[in-house]
Design a protein around this ligand. Structure first.
Ligand code: FAD
Length: 429
């Protein structure tokens, strides 16, 4: 509430929002050791991202989505190279406990890591985002000792890349309607069915897969959570091209795929609870991994170079108000991000409140990209590489990609429902 009324002004010379006393009062204060950590990390990130991706400070343009394009081996190999560097330097999973190869870092060090990585629009967890932000933590909390020993370290080293097989053609928001079947044959599950929208399936070595193991039980009670080798016979992966032109997700078909029983996480038919733990981690990540402040910074730069309604956009009161509002919201998001780290650090599975960050971050990201299109007018539609393209056509790509992020990990409508029912305790709609 109150934050919306905090006075915000722009410093015209530098084009950055000028903060006021009240806001400083809310800031973390950093110790000299933490400042040293930040400086070393910043140097490391700048140097290693430049070496891995070839362009200093440019990162990946705010999203790993286009890197995951199945058709571009070169970019994927750059991401793997960057991942291995992160692992060697000990930065790849600062939030994981040391016992499992993570950094066991304090909340403040994690906040510093997120801020510095997002400043350069780099991926938080290298090439293995899904493994490190949600699947590994799920196995850590709910897997067997043997599963922890077998899988966790290889997630960090990047030797095994993971994907997540939840959605099906008839089961998205209503995930518990899923139909992919697994039948026990001795000590082996035999799987038949189809998943869809599976990000990274074309690159993955392993997958977490939700399957129906008891079709007679109520729909939430007959589901199990399996770890599946993507190189198993009977798996077919077909890339899908998105509206951006990238092909980052896939259809996956299962034809008598055999999976050992020891790959079950949690109890048989109790996979729904395990899947929810993964989803909660995913939503935390959905609220943390978008470099929204950087995008807002780029919006400010854009406003300085284009005209809007017959004059410089930067001088137009409507544009200035919108930019100020975006800057405020992006700062609020960063502060909420810092706050949500503390729950994870206490070893808790994040709760329904993780929906807030996911909803707010992805909607802000979308509104910011759409506002760039509003400033650009007809130029918004000019693709990179074409005559008249502004900022290499990146805004159109961003607008198209941003819509998908409001759908992935549970659509905005679903997040509204969760916040309404489970956080605000409103009656069910
Ligand atoms: C970029 C991207 C990456 C993805 N990656 C993966 C992945 O790696 N693995 C995976 O398993 N899935 C993945 N998905 C799929 C994603 O989880 C689903 O798209 C999402 O859950 C929505 O399901 P759906 O597409 O079937 O839409 P539907 O569930 O059919 O929804 C259609 C529309 O109806 C609305 N709606 C549905 N139910 C309600 C309700 N109860 N109240 C109000 N509105 C409602 C939705 O908000 C939406 O607008 C990805 C999706 C995207 C866009």
């Amino acid at each position: 509430g109150i934050v919306w009324y905090v006075a915000y002004e722009f410093d015209d010379r530098r084009g950055r929002p000028r903060t006021n006393q009240a806001e400083h009062a809310m800031d973390f204060s950093y110790t000299p050791e933490q400042e040293k950590f930040r400086a070393e990390l910043r140097r490391w990130l700048e140097q290693n991202s430049a070496e891995a991706f070839g362009r200093k400070g440019e990162g990946l343009g705010g999203s790993t989505a286009s890197l995951l394009d199945v058709r571009d081996d070169g970019r994927w190999n750059q991401l793997l190279d960057y991942h291995r560097r992160l692992y060697k330097a000990g930065y790849v999973a600062l939030h994981w406990p040391k016992q499992w190869g993570g950094g066991g870092a304090s909340m403040i060090d994690q906040a510093i890591y997120q801020d510095e990585v997002l400043r350069l629009a780099l991926p938080l967890y290298g090439a293995n985002q899904l493994a490190i932000d949600r699947i590994g933590p799920t196995i850590m909390h709910l897997g067997t000792e043997q599963q922890k020993q077998r899988y966790l370290l290889k997630m960090l080293t990047g030797e095994e890349i993971w994907c997540q097989g939840y959605s099906e053609p008839g089961a998205g928001s209503d995930l518990a309607a899923l139909q992919t079947r697994a039948v026990l044959d001795g000590d082996t599950f035999v799987i038949n069915g189809q998943k869809v929208w599976t990000s990274l399936a074309h690159r993955a070595d392993w997958q977490v897969l939700l399957v129906r193991t008891d079709p007679a039980a109520p729909k939430h009670k007959g589901i199990s959570y399996l770890l599946v080798d993507m190189h198993s016979p009977g798996i077919t992966v077909r890339p899908l091209v998105q509206i951006t032109g990238d092909a980052g997700f896939n259809e996956v078909f299962y034809d008598n795929v055999r999976v050992p029983k020891e790959n079950l996480v949690g109890e048989l038919n109790a996979g729904w609870q395990v899947s929810i733990a993964t989803l909660m981690y995913e939503r935390v990540s959905g609220g943390t991994r978008h470099p929204v402040e950087r995008t807002i910074g780029e919006l400010l730069e854009l406003a300085k170079k284009v005209d809007f309604q017959g004059g410089p956009a930067w001088k137009h009161p409507y544009v200035r108000q919108k930019l100020a509002q975006f800057a405020i919201e992006a700062r609020c998001l960063r502060l909420s991000r810092h706050r949500s780290l503390s729950a994870q650090l206490k070893g808790k599975v994040p709760g329904a409140e993780s929906s807030f960050g996911k909803l707010f971050a992805t909607e802000l990201n979308l509104r910011a990209a759409m506002f760039a299109d509003e400033m650009l007018g007809a130029f918004a539609n000019v693709e990179g590489g074409s005559l008249g393209a502004i900022d290499g056509g990146r805004w159109m790509h961003r607008t198209l990609a941003a819509r998908g992020l409001t759908i992935a990990a549970g659509s905005s409508e679903i997040q509204h429902n969760i916040i309404g029912e489970r956080v605000l305790k409103l009656p069910r709609g």
